[in-house]
Unconditional design. Sequence first.
Length: 164
Amino acid sequence: MASAATHTVPANQVDLSKIDEILQNFKKPAPSDVIPLLQGIQGAYGYLPTEALEALSARMGIPLTQIYGVATFYAQFSFTPRGRHIVKVCRGTACHVRGAKRLESTIKKHLNVGEGEATKDFRFTFETVACLGTCFLSPVMMVDSSFYGKLTPEKALKILDTYK
């Protein structure tokens, strides 16, 4: 899975020359390269802007519907701008029993976001996930690729404050 982008590009500032740069990383781009190409686009823009997907379709001669079919199949791809840091709260059984709902509520209120939304400054995107596979640490939060466990809402907020 691709890592979170270092920044998000607003839709009105999509520089399509990045598509050509991404395509240059492939000797002869083929339809089988759509997933890594989408990962490159999301890495460059922070999400999959419509304009970038249209440009990819035109440059590769692949129908836009086929590109969208691949992009919508995989949860790693986003069609809306995402924050620099992705915050995931586990809502699995062990985490639920140990207070994940309170953790989720506190974080959403603190960040002033809903499920799947980015903060106004694009610092964070908040998500809940079915399971992070770290039940022994419940309740658990993940920020980018770092896990934080045995959390209280207060501990979680202190952790989030360390991310710039």
